[in-house]
Design a binder for this molecule. Structure first.
Ligand SMILES: [Zn+2]
Ligand SMILES: [Zn+2]
Length: 286
C-alpha cells in the first residue's frame, strides 16, 4: 500500500501543470496519436516539431515539468501517462464544453408505485428516471456521460444507464471501485433490514464513488443470483425498478447474515448474503 507523501504531486499541482500553452501543446501532440497500448512513442525531435518550437532549452523546461505526471520517457521517445489519457477520455466522454438540453422524455416503463409513465431527465451528468405523476417513487439516478446520448434515444439511454449501473455496482460490491480500482466498503444497516426501502451504500475509500442501491440491484451481476432469478421466471432484461422487491430478513447478526426472498412467476429464489453483501448461497424453490 502506498500513500501520498510530500514528494508526490497533489491534484492541485497536477492540474496547475496544464495551465501553460507550451505544455498543453506537448500533451495534445502526444494525445493526438494515442492508441492505448498500441501507441508509438514520439521522438524528442518529432515532438518538438509537432509543438512548433525551435528553442530546445524552453521546450526541455516544459517537457521536464510534465515528466512523470503526464509524460513518460520510454526507449524510443515519449508517451502520455495513464493520468493524462484518463483525463482526456473523461473530457471526450463528458463533453464539458457542449450544452445538452434534455427535456423530460417518457420511456417504455411505468412508475412502480402509480403506473403513470416513467420519464428520463438528464442533469449535471446524471440520468434520472422518475415518475411523471407522483412523488411516491424515489426513482433511479446514475451518472452517464453526455457522449452516451449521441447515438441513442431516451429508451436506449435508459437501458444503457441501467446496464452501466449494474456493471459498476456489481464490481463495487465485490470490492473494486469501477473508477479508480481502489477498495470499496459495503455498508448495510443490520438494525433496520426488515424495511421495504432498505438501501445498501457502497463507497470507495480513494475517489468520490458513492452509491446507494436497493439490495437486489447490487446482486444482479452475481452468476448464481442471475441464474436462480432466471430459473424462477424473473426477467433480468427488465429495468431494475420493474423487478420484484425481495422480502428481507436478518438470519443472524453475528456473524451478519441476511436472507433475501425473491418471488418470480415460476417460483422463489432465496439468496443468503453476509454483512459485506457477499453471496453465501442461492437456492430456488419452483
Ligand atoms: Zn408514480
Ligand atoms: Zn474509487
Amino acid at each position: 500500500m502506498t500513500t501520498a507523501d510530500e514528494s508526490e504531486p497533489t491534484a492541485r499541482e497536477a492540474f496547475s501543470l496544464l495551465g501553460h500553452e507550451i505544455r498543453l501543446e506537448i500533451l495534445l501532440a502526444l494525445l493526438d496519436g494515442w492508441r492505448a497500448v498500441y501507441t508509438d512513442p514520439r521522438s524528442y525531435a518529432d515532438l518538438m516539431d509537432a509543438v512548433g518550437m525551435r528553442d530546445s532549452g524552453k521546450f526541455n523546461y516544459h517537457l521536464d515539468k510534465l515528466r512523470g505526471v503526464y509524460v513518460r520517457e520510454v526507449e524510443d521517445g515519449y508517451v502520455p501517462t495513464a493520468s493524462v489519457t484518463a483525463l482526456y477520455r473523461s473530457v471526450l466522454a463528458h463533453r464539458p464544453t457542449e450544452r445538452t438540453e434534455y427535456d423530460p422524455t417518457a420511456i417504455d416503463s411505468d412508475c412502480p408505485r402509480c403506473d403513470a409513465k416513467a420519464v428520463l431527465r438528464y442533469n449535471r451528468g446524471f440520468v434520472s428516471i422518475e415518475c411523471s405523476a407522483c412523488d411516491d417513487w424515489a426513482g433511479f439516478t446514475y451518472p452517464f456521460p453526455k457522449n452516451g446520448f449521441e447515438t441513442r434515444n431516451a429508451d436506449a439511454v435508459a437501458r444503457a444507464t441501467v446496464r452501466r449501473a449494474r456493471h459498476h455496482i456489481g464490481m463495487a460490491r465485490t470490492g473494486q471501485c469501477p473508477f479508480c480500482a481502489g477498495g470499496t466498503a459495503v455498508d448495510i444497516d443490520l438494525e433496520t433490514t426488515a424495511a421495504d426501502d432498505q438501501m445498501i451504500e457502497i463507497a470507495c475509500d480513494t475517489c468520490t464513488f458513492l452509491v446507494g442501491v436497493e439490495p437486489l440491484q447490487s446482486l444482479l451481476t452475481d452468476n448464481r443470483v442471475a441464474g436462480a432469478l432466471a430459473d424462477v421466471g424473473v426477467d433480468l432484461e427488465r429495468y431494475d425498478w420493474e423487478l420484484p422487491t425481495p422480502a428481507m430478513r436478518i438470519k443472524s447478526r453475528d456473524p451478519g447474515r441476511v436472507v433475501l426472498e425473491v418471488d418470480g412467476e415460476m417460483g422463489s429464489a432465496t439468496i443468503l448474503v453476509d454483512e459485506t453483501f457477499s453471496v453465501r448461497s442461492v437456492t430456488t424453490d419452483r
